[in-house]
Design a protein around this ligand. Structure first.
Ligand code: FMN
Length: 183
């Protein structure tokens, strides 16, 4: 049976990040033929077009991890009604040098959790905009806008009972999307 390797990209560097907790919890709902690797973005240098002639080791390693995956899972907070700069930097790094876009064709899912009531809706919309240009087929529905509230995660770090069915349904649709978009 084919195994699908998913690169997980968390848009927050915070140790106690709700989004990292969400990523850890939702991947437990995945089918058994899916494996998830967290690809860290905090060690990437700020993108500078001058470096295209000789990208640094962390950038080359990052691009390789993305390219060799079968799909992408973005889990991001919203910062000032958009995506965090650290995530945009990672997207830019992966997109260059010109003609060497590591993201192209990889099926993606976008989710996020925030302390605010709009649950990262605007960040996700901005991210989708960038992913469209980067040629990343991104699952459209169902959308996942989550607010971090008491009981959202249970004591073991799983999705709490109030949201579990909803997120399980999303994961099933996401897995189908990834399977359907293999090159
Ligand atoms: C610089 C900054 C900007 C923020 N802007 C928003 C925002 O636009 N919308 C929102 O819902 N929450 C916003 N927040 C609050 C985040 O939802 C909250 O800090 C959340 O815990 C961040 O995700 P994390 O726990 O994964 O780090 C902002 C937080 C920071 C630090």
């Amino acid at each position: 049976m084919k195994q699908y390797r998913i690169a997980v990209i968390v848009g927050s560097l915070r140790k106690e990040s709700f989004n990292r907790q969400l990523a850890n919890a939702i991947i437990r709902l995945a089918p058994s033929d899916f494996a998830f690797d967290f690809v860290e973005i905090g060690n990437l240098p700020l993108y500078n077009q001058d470096d295209d002639a000789g990208p640094s080791k962390p950038v080359l390693e990052f691009k390789e991890k993305i390219k060799s995956s079968n799909g992408l899972l973005f889990v991001t907070p919203e910062y000032n009604r958009s995506i965090p700069g650290v995530l945009k930097n990672a997207l830019d790094q992966g997109s260059r040098p010109y003609g060497q876009n590591s993201w192209t064709g990889l099926p993606a899912g976008v989710i996020g959790i925030s302390i605010g009531a709009i649950g990262t809706a605007l960040a996700q919309q901005h991210l989708r905009n960038v992913l469209t240009f980067l040629d990343v087929p991104t699952l459209q529905q169902p959308e996942i806008f989550l607010q971090a509230k008491e009981g959202f995660f249970d004591a073991e770090g799983n999705i709490g009972s109030g949201s579990k069915d909803f997120l399980q349904n999303w994961m099933t649709k996401y897995a189908d999307w990834v399977r359907k978009h293999q090159k």
